[in-house]
Design a protein around this ligand. Sequence first.
Ligand SMILES: C[S@@+](CC[C@H](N)C(=O)[O-])C[C@H]1O[C@@H](n2cnc3c(N)ncnc32)[C@H](O)[C@@H]1O
Length: 469
Amino acid sequence: MNEPKAHQVSPIGLPVVEHWAATSLSLTPDDATILPRGRDVNKDPDPTLDSPSRHGQLRLDGRAGNARRAEISPRSRVTRVSTSADRRTLSGRVTRSQVSAEATGDTLTTFVDAFCGAGGLTLGLSEAGWLPTLAFDKWSDAIATHTENLPGHPALAADITNSRQVSAALAKLEDRPDWIVGGPPCQGYSTVGKRIREDERNRLFLAYRDLVKFVAPPGFVLENVLGLRDMSFVDAVKSAFTEAGYHVTAMVLRAADYGVPQLRRRVVFVGHREDRFFAGPRRTHDEHSYVSVDDAIGDLPPVEPGTEATRYSLRPTTAFQKDMRRESQVIQGHRAVKHPERLIEAISHIPDGGNRLHIPDHLQPTSGFHNSYSRLASWKPAVAVTQNMAKPSGTRCIHPRQDRGLTTREGARLQSFPDRFHFSGGAVSQRLQVANAVPPLLAETLGRALEDPARWLSDDPGVSLIPER
Ligand SMILES: C[S@@+](CC[C@H](N)C(=O)[O-])C[C@H]1O[C@@H](n2cnc3c(N)ncnc32)[C@H](O)[C@@H]1O
């Protein structure tokens, strides 16, 4: 058989043309195989990646011709962590939930985070007691953040569309993971249902589907910020994973309903090979108990535009603030961007929760949208945090009482990243990592619900905006 050229190879090692025709693979949990036809990852490693596995988790056996066969062993369902030394080897910074799971003799659910970014999803699932065994993302700054804050499992720079890099990453796995989780950036354009194979913008979603199909874990999670009302996309995702052998449900989760001080919504797909459907996590908060902006950031020291604070000067007053400050001595990323004097004067006229209509005519900015130049309301959860959080012209991101945009640390708090979680890279990169992330608290709630037999149903509940209480 002729070897396809490297650029023709899909993430799972199938020729691209056949690959988009898609569903010819028939992998089962006990029969996951791959024939990487790209370069030999052991002989020709990507210099940007860690050295290939020496553990031999994915067995790379010589085969006829250049093809090498990698096998994932039929996995034991969970990883048993028996000693504290093992725990540290496996998971580096061990979360309290992981420790208590081990103490009660429970086994830890393992997972791979594809498109891991800085690690909001990994952090949250770890806090739920899950054990990450591999994470990858093509963005080196995000990988640096992930590695620093979430040691103990390989976090690799790998592009999911590059078969060689994905093979090298998968070679780190000792066992088939219980779950693959990830948020492929895909737009959910309305064309997706009709032209799913041709649309370049859906390439990453398909690559993710193929990764899940190849590794064949018992379950997967796909989260996204897609155009939520685009049901054709929801249907397309569901049917792509249903064809791959999963029972899939989709739901829209609002972060504030799970204790995150932010109204951000995410669509979450959960699939399982067993004949059962995930009903979603129960809401833990409502309009009467939401964590507000003040509850979340009110203890951070005031900073003027163009200045930074690294020391706590105020006492934490809410449970959320106390939780965020746990194990943190210094404040990272609490620098306010410098603004022109005229802009500072303009926004000084906006009250807590107000908008640009409060700015006098002679100071009105000439550009922006209706929700630009708006202050967060101190008594409500924030609107979705974006990478433009530091600019008053961004979407409602002016501090409730200070005349400036948000600092990266304030954005991170509103995403429920604890202060001990430090971001790598330049300021712009750090803000993007924060804004991209799944709020860790939302991920933690999701992880706990996925482990709760009461949250699984025998029938597909259909797409719901917010799961029933
Ligand atoms: C929404 S973010 C993921 C956020 C992450 N789940 C978290 O909670 O922090 C999407 C990530 O996909 C990564 N990405 C985009 N294209 C990729 C590709 N071709 N291969 C691997 N990662 C990719 C981006 O670098 C980005 O970090």
